[in-house]
Structures are given as structure tokens and as C-alpha cells.
Design a protein around this ligand. Structure first.
Ligand code: ADP
Ligand code: MG
Length: 474
């Protein structure tokens, strides 16, 4: 190769860099060499097959046009893989080299909520793979109507063997917070690695970004890519946090490379691909092109089973820990929001029983988990419903409530109904007055004040009103 060829190559590289940007250039082209320019062909070499196929399929036109801008005679680009004069270093990813990571999650107050041995045969994640929680396995994952499909698909991915054809790619699981996405992804990773012949890598998207950015900074982008390429199943958690144009482009490249190479990709996010606004269309459609499954809220029977499992597991660390049946039932019923809150509730019970040595009672449970009890979406209560429920409760008719009768057995229920209408709906006092037989707003105000006044002293009235509220809001 002549010195002029080298000069030209430098200029071609300069053009390329200007076109694709610094990041992409250093990721894909930094280790590309010019071997020779022969007649119409510029021959290049790269260190790996992956790079070769990548550049060929994504950048060959660019590369050619950059060449032609310098040297019109060049009509073709050729890429070869350099036979290694120095051994190619593969980042350690192998199972044999590492201990299974231990649980890293420390449960809130009171220590670990549920126990269990980490499965063996896991791999390390020097790549910046995220730590795995040994408790989040298929064994501890409760399957029910909200997640049957997601679970079945996850199982399928986990038991596949190297070389099996990939049935759906990517597998994309979405669900609201605390509904078991991370649990399922960890389970896939544990189970997938347990067989020993495959490499399953779990990365949160932050880790992906961090790993990539730091790899770029330290000029080991290629090593990073090689490492990513060397895995059979890439599991990415919390994709909704993917940000940044370059990172996105790289994520997209990585994803495409893996999928095209027949590797399995599993992704979790808090929304479906179509709602990942920050991603470009091509990326979204690629994500939607596999199997997209949603996991719904945990129904009560699943919450109950999750709790029971957790209690059993907690017992292996805290002998003698138990919760009375009504407390379990109460928590499963009241803590509806998600699995994370269930775990929090249980940890509080555990902490209480350990710190006080007292058995957990229902009263204590109600007090401790009060802030975790969030009615999903406060139901919109209608004034007619209030009238109906109150009338039934006090054994009067609805028309009695609307009438002008002033006997005590009607007056009190009417006041209660008005009070509930004021507190449970957004209706104004005049509006409520109208709906109660065309009364004046001052009458309504009087009723509301009356009941408020009584609530402080009359505990049985307070209870009755609580019961009514619950009926109306359920
Ligand atoms: P996400 O990643 O969807 O926000 P996680 O997977 O972190 O939710 O789940 C939150 C908590 O709820 C974890 O402790 C998890 O073990 C538990 N959980 C959620 N769904 C299930 C389930 N189906 N079976 C067992 N535990 C579950
Ligand atoms: Mg999660």
C-alpha cells in the first residue's frame, strides 16, 4: 500500500466521522484498517466477523460514498476479517469463572422477607450486568389470570436450548410498577443459566447505557459489543428509561444484531412499545414485531398466594414467625396496589413481631399498613347510589329521604345521606339540595355540620358511616 493510499484513507475516515458522528465512528470504525486499494476495490480489514457483517449491512454504502468523494475510481468495498496476530480478548462471561451472585436486595425494616437458596450455575456479569436477586425465581413466581401468558412465554425462553429456533423475538413484557416484571426477568436469567450451555445476561437499561457510555469513553466499545454478541439471551429491564439519541441508536444496533443472529432478546417496560415516545418509529416497530404481552394488576387470590409464599419463606430465617389468618386476609384485601407494597406490608409485620415479641394483631396490621392502602381509583359515587344505600341501611324508602317528612327516623338518615353526598361527590351544596327534593343549600349545610359534629362523639354513628362509605366505594 502506498503512502498516498494511507493519506486517502485518513481523509475517508475524516469524512466518515463527520457523517456518522464521533460515537458511532469510534464504535464501529476505530479498528478498521485499510489493507490495499486495488483498481476499483478498497480492501479493508476488521478484527471480528461481527464487525464485518455489521459494517457490511449498515455502513457499506456510506463507506463507499466517502471513498468515492476522495477517489472516484473506487467502485467497491471489500471487508475481511483480520487473522489475529494478537489473540482476541473476549471479556469473561463464562459460567465457570464466577460465583453465583448473592441476593443484593436488602428488605426494608426487619431484614429479608423471604428466603431461599440462590440457584447454582449462574454467570457473572463483568459486562456491567445487573445483580440478580436470588429470591426472584420461577419457583416463587405466582401464576394467575393476570400473568399466565407472560409466564408461559418466559418459561419457554428459559428452557430453550442453544440452537433452538427462536419463537418470538423480542419477547416484550409490559406492566405497571410492582407487578412482577423484574421478578420474571430474573427468573428467566436464573433458569436460563442453570442449564450451563447458554449465556443469559440481565441488564437494566441504565446498566446498558452506563456500560456503553463507559465503554466508549475507555475505547473498548468493540469489546463491549463483542461481549454483548457473545450472549444467547439478552434480558433488558425498564426500557422506558432509555434516553439519548446515540445510545438509542446503539441499543437499536445491538438489538438488531442479536435478533438477526438468532439470539433471544427479552425486554420489560412499564408501557407497550407504541407508547415509548422517545424511541424512533423503526425501533418501536422492531420491538412490537415479536411477542408483546401485558401483565395486569394482581387479583386478590394471587396477592394472597404471594403473601403465603413470603410468610413461609420468611419463616426459614425467622423461626416462629406467623401471621394470624385474618391479618393475612386483611393485607391481601387491603393492599391492592402491587407486589412491592405487599412485600413492604409483610416486612412491617415481621419487624413489629421481632421488635416487640408480640403476636401481630389485626388492629396492629391495620395501623401499620394504612399508608399502603390506596383505593385504586376512587370510584365515582352517585347521589342516587347514596340515597339507595342509606335508605336500605335505615329501612326507609328513597322517597322518604326526598320528602318533607320531619320524623326522627327519616331526618337522621336524610342528614347522613346529604353528608355523604357532600364528602363523596364533587356536587355543590345547592346541587345536593336540589337532588334532595328541592331543598335549600343552607339545609344541606346544616345537615353536613350536624353529622360532622356528631362524628366526634358518637362512635357507633362513625362506624355506621364508615360502613356506608365502604359499600359505596367498593
Ligand atoms: P416490577 O419490576 O414490575 O416493578 P417486581 O418484579 O419488582 O415489579 O415486583 C415487585 C414485588 O412483587 C417483588 O417482590 C416481586 O417478587 C413481587 N411480585 C410481583 N408479582 C409477583 C408474582 N406474580 N408472584 C410472586 N411475586 C410477585
Ligand atoms: Mg422492575
Amino acid at each position: 500500500m502506498t503512502p498516498t493510499d494511507q493519506d486517502r484513507w485518513s481523509r475517508v475516515k475524516g469524512r466518515l466521522k463527520a457523517e456518522v458522528g464521533e460515537d458511532i465512528f469510534s464504535s464501529w470504525f476505530a479498528r478498521m484498517d485499510l489493507e490495499a486499494v486495488e483498481k476499483e476495490t478498497a480492501r479493508h480489514s476488521v478484527p471480528t466477523r461481527f464487525l464485518k457483517s455489521w459494517i457490511q449491512s449498515h455502513y457499506s454504502d456510506r463507506l463507499l460514498s466517502c471513498w468515492q468523494a476522495e477517489e472516484q475510481t473506487v467502485q467497491r468495498i471489500e471487508l475481511t476479517v483480520r487473522t489475529a496476530t494478537r489473540p482476541m480478548v473476549r471479556p469473561p462471561l463464562a459460567a465457570e469463572e464466577s460465583e453465583p451472585p448473592r441476593a443484593i436486595r436488602v428488605a426494608a425494616s426487619g431484614g429479608s422477607g423471604f428466603g431461599g437458596q440462590p440457584p447454582s450455575g449462574t454467570m457473572n456479569d463483568d459486562l456491567g450486568g445487573s445483580p440478580l436477586d436470588s429470591r426472584l425465581t420461577f419457583d416463587t413466581f405466582v401464576v394467575g389470570r393476570s400473568n399466565t401468558l407472560a409466564h408461559a412465554a418466559a418459561k419457554q425462553v428459559a428452557v430453550a436450548r442453544r440452537g433452538d429456533s427462536v419463537m418470538f423475538n423480542p419477547l416484550y413484557i409490559h406492566a405497571g410498577v410492582g407487578l412482577g416484571k423484574t421478578h420474571l426477568l430474573h427468573a428467566i436469567t436464573w433458569a436460563g443459566n442453570a442449564g450451563g450451555d447458554r449465556k443469559v445476561l440481565y441488564l437494566t437499561v441504565e446498566k446498558f447505557m452506563y456500560g456503553f457510555v463507559s465503554a466508549l469513553k475507555s475505547q473498548t466499545a468493540i469489546a463491549f459489543k463483542e461481549a454483548v454478541r457473545g450472549i444467547d439471551v439478552l434480558v433488558i429491564d425498564d426500557l422506558q428509561f432509555l434516553t439519548g439519541k446515540n445510545i438509542q441508536a446503539e441499543f437499536c444496533h445491538t438489538l438488531n444484531a442479536l435478533i438477526d443472529a438468532g439470539r433471544q432478546v427479552v425486554i420489560a417496560a412499564d408501557r407497550p412499545p407504541t407508547e415509548l415516545e422517545s424511541l424512533d418509529d423503526r425501533m418501536r416497530s422492531r420491538l412490537a414485531g415479536g411477542l408483546v404481552v401485558e401483565m395486569g394488576p394482581l387479583p386478590e387470590e394471587m396477592r394472597l398466594e404471594i403473601l403465603r409464599n413470603r410468610i413461609a419463606a420468611a419463616r426459614s430465617h425467622h423461626a416462629g414467625f406467623s401471621l394470624p389468618e385474618p391479618v393475612i386476609a386483611y393485607i391481601a384485601k387491603a393492599v391492592t396496589h402491587n407486589g412491592r407494597d405487599l412485600e413492604g406490608a409483610l416486612n412491617r409485620m415481621l419487624a413489629h413481631s421481632k421488635l416487640t415479641g408480640q403476636p401481630v394483631t389485626l388492629e396492629m396490621a391495620e395501623r401499620e399498613v394504612r399508608d399502603l392502602v390506596r383505593p385504586q381509583e376512587p370510584r365515582r359515587v352517585k347521589i342516587e347510589d347514596i340515597q339507595r344505600v342509606v335508605a336500605r341501611q335505615y329501612n326507609v324508602s328513597r322517597s322518604d329521604l326526598l320528602s318533607s317528612r320531619r320524623t326522627a327516623n327519616v331526618v337522621r338518615p336524610r342528614q347522613i345521606a346529604m353528608f355523604l353526598a357532600k364528602t363523596l361527590t364533587l356536587r355543590s351544596l345547592p346541587e345536593i339540595g336540589r337532588r334532595f327534593g328541592g331543598r335549600d343549600h343552607t339545609t344541606v349545610l346544616h345537615a353536613v355540620r350536624k353529622i360532622e359534629g356528631l362524628l366526634g362523639s358518637d362512635t357507633s354513628l362513625a362506624e355506621e358511616i364508615e360502613v356506608l362509605k365502604r359499600q359505596l366505594q367498593e
